[in-house]
Ligand binder design. Sequence first.
Ligand SMILES: [Fe+2]
Length: 433
Amino acid sequence: MASVPAAAPSTVRGQDAPESLDEAWARIRGLSERLAAPLAAEDQVVQTMPDVSPTKWHLAHVTWFFERFVLQQALPGYRPPEERWHYLFNSYYQTVGQMHARPRRGLLSRPTVAEILDWRAHVDAAMAPVLARAPDDPELAFLVTLGLNHEQQHQELLLTDIKHVLWSNPLGPAYDPALPLPPSREAPPLTWHEHPGGEVLIGAHGSAAEAGTGFCFDNETPRHGVHLRPHALASRLVTNAEFQAFIDDGGYQDPALWLSDGWAQVQAEGWTAPLYWSEDGRQVFTHGGWRPLDPHVPVSHVSFYEADAYARWARARLPTEAEWEAAAAAQPVAGNLLEAGWLTPVAAPGAGLTQLFGDAWEWTASPYMAYPGFRPLAGSLGEYNGKFMCNQMSVRGGACLSSTDHLRASYRSFFYPHQRWQVLGFRLARDLD
Ligand SMILES: [Fe+2]
């Protein structure tokens, strides 16, 4: 398997040995540093576009999160080693102070990678008494768990951002030159999985702090009823070969297939293929460097606009997030996720409704909006999710760079419709009536 070290998540450790919070702390904090370990310090400073953050910024920002939202509340007398770093590593929390401009994160040669790693160790040590106390303090345990889930989100961003950084280098250096190719297999024929429609419940009941259930983000709540129309979901994600047929049929040149904003984006950017494809469509850039494009694996690094245009071309549509969740709720969180070590989508494993989790995040037809009755977290942490509920689309299911224990059927992520630097793919859906 891949040489990228990924620790086993708690979900595969067995029912009778649940992971303690300090075990989760060591595992998740350690993984961030292991994911950065193959990189030179020079790699970790570069920012290639505003959406991309430097590796060392990710390592620092998640540490700032614990310092600002946990240690400064829970550990009286705690003093940050360098107060001025809060300005550099606050991302978007306007209610806790000003911040360095996002597009200028790549201009920070200081603090150095070594200083940031020392800061991480300082915060790890300071957290020891907090972790010891957390089991008896549900609110504190929730804050620490939120911070660990936040760090997992940034682990995925670290991997997607460094891919863009390395791709932007004309030499195309690999994150992991020894990354093995996944076993090659044919994608199974696409079949349709019908749902009769009717009322379904989606969303999470509430966080551990509120309802005594497992962790969830505020944007997954409250659980609520949604009426589905009779529909069918495709059995697997759309493949590179299928997307190539769209390209060959002039898909990128036919305005009738595109949303107005999508067509404007294609014209402005000159898009003719997914991000990371070579000009001749035979190679694709991966964490292992340039590799042959496998026609059987899911297409990835496409925008919502490209997914939507393909669906129109294929006389289908994208699933709504409620349709997706109704199907995913019946399945275990399993698939080609970070722990598999491939760091790239692989062909669907066989018949049945597959690839709901892992491989590529799935664009849905649903705008990322508040659920009915949604209440953001109290205080500054209310800025985490709720203020982004405008102009973005919900994506579901995680990708090959997502940790297994980070995902749920109710998990919602979100991106602007033009974005495609994340591992974003899609499956088709269609109406039955
Ligand atoms: Fe963050």
